[in-house]
Design a binder for this molecule. Structure first.
Ligand code: HEC
Ligand code: HEC
Length: 206
């Protein structure tokens, strides 16, 4: 084989690589609606403040179900009513799955740091439950690494502790009732405010 042919072959391979990276790049371009969401959830779905949940790496069917629940007002906790009802109304029905898939495909949040004592207590609850109150281990459904399991069980790994604590409070008070929330209502009702703080600190570190 002449060196000339080699060079031509390398050229073909390089061209193919360029085409492939070009295609991968195009696939990652956010749907235009993401510009609206980015103000709170970040353009890559890693949110800018702990009140706003990270959407990155969350399961697409779960995201779709929540957006629909905001749109039809079945997720009616205080933050849903005051913020997400309005936001969801701006998403056309035929763009819900696309925006869900986009955030689901982004790299999930990196583990955060929380006070060691809270994390240690939270780990016990997450991994082993609380025997005295018959509280199941969170990992039974959300997985030992907090990655969840589609379509029913959302990812909790790396999620903001403040957001997780707020949602557990909503479940406990019966304020979040959409979808499969009844499972979480029963569980959260058994948790004290202190235990909620602990388990929420732990999930942030996963
Ligand atoms: C002004 C801030 C803000 C903007 C902009 C915003 N959100 Fe939200 N989002 C929130 C808050 C706050 C919550 C928590 C709602 C609750 O507690 O019910 C939330 C929750 C969500 C959830 C549920 C996550 C979970 O883990 O259950 C999804 C999905 C979501 N938003 C999608 C979007 C999409 C898509 C857009 C863009 C069209 C958007 N949001 C724009 C503030 C915002
Ligand atoms: C038997 C299964 C099961 C167990 C055990 C369980 N969960 Fe859940 N969890 C669910 C389901 C299902 C949902 C989704 C509810 C929905 O559809 O809105 C959920 C949702 C959540 C959410 C809301 C996530 C979000 O993005 O808004 C949090 C927070 C949560 N669980 C925390 C916990 C904690 C902490 C424990 C342990 C004390 C726990 N869960 C144990 C099934 C479970």
């Amino acid at each position: 084989m002449t060196s000339n042919l080699w060079l031509r072959q390398i050229g073909v391979v390089a061209g193919a690589v360029l085409l492939l990276t070009g295609a991968a790049h195009a696939a990652k371009k956010p749907p235009s609606i993401v510009a609206t969401c980015a103000a709170c959830h970040g353009v890559n779905g890693v949110s800018v403040a702990s009140t706003f949940p990270d959407l990155a790496g969350q399961w697409s069917p779960y995201l779709t179900a929540q957006i629909r629940a905001f749109k039809d007002h079945t997720r009616a906790d205080p933050l849903a009513k005051s913020i997400m009802w309005g936001m969801a109304a701006t998403i056309p029905d035929n763009e819900i799955s696309e925006v869900s898939r986009y955030f689901a495909s982004q790299k999930g949040p990196a583990p955060g740091t929380e006070p060691a004592a809270l994390v240690a207590a939270g780990r016990k609850i997450f991994m082993g439950g609380i025997t005295s109150t018959n509280t199941p281990a969170c990992m039974a459904c959300h997985g030992p690494t907090g990655r969840g399991l589609p379509p029913l069980f959302p990812r909790l790994a790396g999620q903001h502790a403040a957001y997780v604590a707020t949602q557990l409070g909503y479940f406990k008070q019966g304020l979040r009732t959409n979808g499969s929330s009844s499972i979480m209502q029963t569980i959260a009702a058994k948790l004290t405010t202190k235990e909620i703080k602990e388990v929420a600190a732990f999930t942030r570190t996963l």
